[in-house]
Design a protein around this ligand. Sequence first.
Ligand SMILES: Nc1ncnc2c1ncn2[C@@H]1O[C@H](COP(=O)(O)OP(=O)(O)OP(=O)(O)O)[C@@H](O)[C@H]1O
Ligand SMILES: [Mg+2]
Length: 114
Amino acid sequence: MKKIEAIIRPDRLEDLKYGLSKAGFTSGMTISQVLGNGNQQGFAEIVRGQKVLPTLLAKVKVEIVTSDDRVDGIVDLICKLVSTGEVGDGKIFISTIDEAIRIRTGERDGDALK
Ligand SMILES: Nc1ncnc2c1ncn2[C@@H]1O[C@H](COP(=O)(O)OP(=O)(O)OP(=O)(O)O)[C@@H](O)[C@H]1O
Ligand SMILES: [Mg+2]
């Protein structure tokens, strides 16, 4: 199992949710509102047509835990759905998950993700 953590622009979230669901990736996700900066340290990004100069910018973090074989498909889809081609489009981090448990049933790992 892997965890895909995608830090994206907040205004791309609706399209991402819709696109993932349309493509059949419906088994769960966690969304957080976060602050962050990348290479440009938050400078010279355009938000709603205005140039803004804070050091930390509002972003959305999307976390999806999934089986190894689905990772590439989900990553490709995220890139396609949220990219604008401008700086600040975001980053994706992938890490290994040791265990998953569905609390209601006690199912573990792959069964907990189905
Ligand atoms: N190395 C990092 N570690 C943790 N979070 C990061 C890192 N780089 C970027 N982020 C997160 O991703 C968000 C978007 O980063 P951003 O897209 O600006 O990355 P970048 O490397 O500057 O790429 P670009 O040049 O396309 O802007 C940041 O606001 C931050 O929340
Ligand atoms: Mg950047």
